[in-house]
Design a protein around this ligand. Structure first.
Ligand code: GLN
Length: 489
């Protein structure tokens, strides 16, 4: 019999409707796969009992003809989304044991659509990282292996558990969050699709905050269609998040299949720096050819402030993080280490509760916000951020979408780059500009390098134009015929 974990969300949706199998059977197949793949460490908190109970409810609704848009579809939820009654850690020791009394808007919407939560997925601590190595609960391993390296590989980050679970067939889809690339880069490393929608498309309510002006939720799936199906459910206005957009939700799935004929695709010269990895550059050229073959016009463009994006991000994001993380004080959430005074308790709790990378960000953030340096760093960064956003606004006068590589390299070994934060930050060089501009971006698996590892292409469009984004993504998907991992027996 076909392993039920092999289906896409779209296929499973149809087969559940035709009663070819039940939601409980589909869920049990995924729970079995999770058990077998424990060594990947993709989940911090598996929730098999909740999954089975929700699958049974789904079967009843399917039976009654009352199926939701994701009825019976087993999904993983990044452990940054608060889930009612289920521990939510943000992969930090400081939140260990925190059980929210409420559900994030995005996970609630997925639940209301009938999806089945398999568990809470591992991530970098407070979503700070590009390799999932900063998790207090241990690193996630990618299900992929390099031909040349015996070591395990990182899945990317911060949504590394999500990427590993979806590419390894432990979940049909997963939620991710992207502040500077945390959906797109792990999607590229693990050979799956990841979509960061326009800032404001998905409610941030109930998502543990990292950098509030950048954080966005989005879907991670094996196909473009599945991402369109999931995103439609996840987004929409929410009165509980003042930055969530009061806009109707388009039918993203309906945009698929329209192709790119007549579209103008921009190729930014700043994304081809000297020394760009040859295989990444070659795949990008291939993507450009696919666009031409499908009837698009290629336009060379310039995004002149690109080289300032990374330093700008690493001022803005830590500044916001240092403020957001002030709430973890041993009084309101999770861990507490007693001291002789209130100040000592705060200090001891935060010293014991936060990991090294989180402490580094808090230090950077408080420094750039401090009275003496605010103008020189934070205010300057805000001005540069506006210029970066304007680069895109100007570019979208000339083009409908932009095509770039997602990441400068393929996945690296679990033991690499550990001690070099700046080398780690360079992973985000192609994803961060779109985050600062608030525009939508997606990564589509486009091919393998000579070491047998996935490489992704990134598509960017203007604000609120996810429909064009999906059209371009699907053309890449169709042309790439990406060799997915085999479904484990
Ligand atoms: N890697 C980036 C960082 O460490 C992005 C993280 C994210 O998007 N959450 O900040």
């Amino acid at each position: 019999m076909t392993n039920l974990t092999s289906f896409t969300i779209a296929d499973a949706r149809d087969k559940l409707a035709k009663k070819e199998f039940t939601a409980l059977e589909l869920t049990n197949a995924h729970i079995a796969a999770m058990e077998k793949a424990k060594a990947l460490n993709a989940f911090i908190t598996p929730t098999p009992d909740i999954a089975r109970a929700r699958a049974k409810e789904s079967d009843a609704r399917l039976q009654a003809g009352k199926a939701g848009a994701l009825e019976g579809i087993p999904l993983g939820i990044k452990d940054l989304f608060c889930t009612e009654g289920v521990q939510t850690t943000a992969a930090s020791h400081i939140l260990e044991g925190f059980v929210p009394q409420y559900e994030s808007t995005v996970s609630q919407k997925l639940r209301d659509a009938g999806s089945v939560m398999l568990g809470k997925l591992n991530l970098d601590e407070f979503a700070m990282g590009s390799s999932n190595q900063t998790s207090y609960f241990g690193p996630v391993k990618s299900p992929w292996k390099a031909k040349s390296l015996a070591d395990d590989l990182v899945p990317g980050g911060s949504s590394g558990g999500s990427a590993a679970a979806v590419s390894g067939y432990l979940a049909m889809g997963a939620t991710g969050t992207d502040t500077g690339g945390s959906i797109r880069q792990p999607a590229a490393f693990c050979g799956i699709v990841g979509v960061k929608p326009t800032y404001g498309r998905c409610s941030r309510w109930g998502v543990v905050a990292f950098a509030s002006s950048l954080d966005q939720a989005g879907p991670m799936t094996r196909t473009v269609r599945d991402a369109a199906i999931m995103l439609k459910v996840m987004c929409g206005h929410d009165a509980k998040d003042s930055t969530s957009a009061l806009l109707p939700v388009p039918d993203f799935e309906a945009a698929l299949g329209k192709g790119v004929k007549g579209l103008r695709i921009g190729i930014p010269k700043e994304y081809r720096p000297d020394g760009l990895n040859g295989e990444v550059a070659a795949l990008w050229d291939k993507g450009i050819q696919w666009m031409k073959d499908a009837g698009a016009t290629i336009v060379d463009i310039s995004l002149p402030h690109t080289s300032s994006a990374l330093p700008t991000y690493y001022i803005v994001a830590p500044a916001e993080a240092s403020s957001n993380l002030a709430r973890y004080d041993g009084v309101r959430y999770g861990q507490r280490v007693e001291g002789k005074s209130l100040d000592e308790m705060y200090g001891k709790t935060r010293a014991a509760g936060f990991g090294t990378e989180v402490k580094r960000r808090i230090l950077i953030g408080t420094y750039v916000l401090s009275a003496g340096y605010y103008d020189a760093y934070y205010l300057k960064a805000q001005k540069v951020r506006a210029l970066i956003a304007k680069d895109f606004t100007d570019a979208f006068e000339k083009v409908d979408a932009i095509l770039t590589p997602t990441a400068p390299t393929a996945a690296f070994g679990l033991n690499d780059k550990q001690d070099d934060p700046v080398a780690m930050y360079l992973n985000d060089v192609f994803t961060v500009p779109a985050s600062l501009a608030g525009i939508p971006g997606a990564s589509v698996p486009a091919g393998l390098n000579s070491d047998g590892l996935p490489l992704g292409l990134q598509v960017l469009t203007k604000r609120w134009d996810e429909e064009t984004l999906f059209r371009v993504c699907q053309v890449i998907e169709d042309a790439a015929q990406f060799p997915f991992l085999k479904v484990p027996a």
